[in-house]
Design a protein. Structure first.
Length: 488
């Protein structure tokens, strides 16, 4: 006896149904194997206030259709879910659905079309083209997948392409690595390690792409940073006040912080002269490997960038440019006249921007990386191509020189996709060799992009026209992907 569903039905008989009671009734019908009945229940309220149901209500029905092999009904419901604004489909839902379509043979090039697919707008209605449509849908909503979804996909395609010889795996079994090139006529549904330096997949020999911020996303980063400046200032001043330190009104401080950052943005956009191609996170570079501010190291970085053909701008908190400043509990640092003279030299060259107290320097170097620098660029691109004749570091400009992992900004700066694209396309990490005798002596500095291929689902066309898809997997290492390519 299903007491929960009976209670839900009794509630709805007396009152208006709620999303919770509908979800309970759906769960009860699904538990009895009645996917059609559960969908009919949703259809019965299609014109009412609950027409826009959530993922948790619809996904169990989709999963049951998939388990029963009723792919035409599954596709119909999937299509409805995709076009319902409140249904945000998760990685597991997409993977279960795509794996079920694969297991039932509908991605084979000789497959019959799925009944009703063309009426829903799916053309082609089967074969590799349908797979590309469905994974493209998935890539719009999902950046990476859990390991269990990689197993589900592997099993679905192994069962749908039995001639491939791929074995299925249990829910606790690790996928094995494919490290050699796989013939185009053979299915790939394997774990691969993409080469960190070349971005080449060993199974397909394809080069994965670095997907950069779109213009709309870049503008969003810029505008969001201005909002963040205000919010972070409020948090900072509140923290100081809680420690008994006198501060001005939080709202006033926040407004001032936003105004100063806005003025910095306008200055970048209207200044004349050479555009800045490298934005240096001054505090990060000066502090790297020392536990204190090393101005000589910062100066070496600027010199190295200039030798590489860059025009750097150092962003530095005012605190660290003073003669004396508090570093951390129990530690005060003093800058020598020589060190302060290095700051003066950078100022004279127009390569130092000092961030005022109560403002966050990270907001400044992040914003500078997405600035148009309209006047100084005169509309010309600053980006540097691979294998350029000048030997410059390839990629987008301005690049950000920092080893900051930016954990504080990942969630509150942007939606995840934009944040990943910003990091991948603008952030360049560095490493100094150790000095031998004098910290002021010239040292070798190596630069490397934080990523050379994007950390999101992407498809790339093979020579025969089939798309190979690569999925980042949350539990795997950064360069590992689940690779999926249909036989040609």
């Amino acid at each position: 006896r299903d007491v929960v569903s009976e209670v839900a039905m009794f509630h709805d008989a007396l009152y208006e149904p709620t999303e919770k009671t509908i979800a309970l009734l759906v769960k009860s019908l699904v538990g009895r194997g009645d996917a059609a009945g559960a969908e009919a229940l949703l259809e019965s309220i299609a014109d009412g206030p609950l027409a826009d149901l959530r993922h948790r209500t619809t996904s169990p029905i989709l999963k049951l259709y998939c388990e029963k092999g009723e792919i035409d009904a599954a596709l119909r419901l999937y299509h409805k879910m995709k076009h319902t604004s409140r249904v945000v489909m998760e990685a597991g839902t997409y993977s279960d659905f795509i794996a079920a379509v694969a297991e039932n043979g509908y991605f084979r090039s000789d497959s019959e079309p799925i009944d009703g697919a063309k009426d829903l707008g799916y053309n082609p209605a089967s074969g590799p083209g349908l797979l590309d449509i469905l994974i493209s849908d998935m890539a719009e909503d999902v950046l990476d997948i859990p390991e269990e979804s990689a197993r589900v996909l592997r099993n679905g395609f192994a069962l749908g392409f039995k001639e491939s010889g791929l074995s299925t795996v249990s829910h606790t079994e690790n996928l094995t690595y494919t490290s050699t090139l796989v013939d185009d006529a053979i299915l790939v549904a394997d774990r691969v390690v993409v080469d960190h330096d070349t971005a080449i997949c060993p199974a397909t020999n394809l080069t994965l792409r670095l997907i950069v911020l779109e213009e709309e996303q870049r503008v969003h980063v810029h505008d969001t940073l201005l909002v963040m400046a205000s919010e972070k200032s409020k948090v900072y001043t509140a923290k100081l006040a809680s420690r008994g330190r006198t501060t001005h009104d939080n709202a006033v401080q926040a407004e001032q912080a936003t105004q100063i950052l806005t003025e910095f943005s306008q200055w970048l956009d209207t200044r004349e002269g050479k555009p800045y191609t490298a934005i240096v996170d001054g505090a990060n570079v000066a502090y790297f490997g020392w536990g204190k501010i090393n101005v000589y190291q910062l100066s070496l970085m600027v010199t190295a960038l200039e030798k590489h053909g860059e025009h750097p701008l150092v962003i530095m908190p005012q605190k660290y440019t003073r003669k004396k400043f508090y570093l951390r509990q129990g530690v005060t640092q003093f800058l020598s006249e020589t060190e302060r003279a290095l700051f003066d030299r950078l100022k004279e060259k127009g390569q130092l921007y000092i961030v005022e107290p109560m403002c966050h320097d990270d907001m400044y170097w992040m914003l500078a990386s997405v600035s148009n620098q309209t006047v100084s660029t005169n509309g010309e691109s600053m980006h540097v191509s691979k294998n350029n004749d000048e030997g410059r570091f390839p990629g987008l400009r301005p690049m950000v020189i920092s080893n900051d992992k930016m954990r504080d900004h990942k969630l509150d700066l942007l939606e995840e996709r934009s944040f990943r694209r910003w990091c991948c396309s603008h952030v360049v990490n560095y490493h100094f060799t150790e000095y031998i005798e004098d910290q002021r002596e010239e040292r070798n500095i190596t630069f490397h992009a934080a990523d050379i291929f994007s950390d999101e689902i992407q498809g790339n066309e093979c020579s025969g026209g089939v798309i190979a898809w690569h999925f980042p997997v949350r539990e795997w290492d950064a360069n590992e992907r689940f690779c999926l390519r249909l036989p040609q």
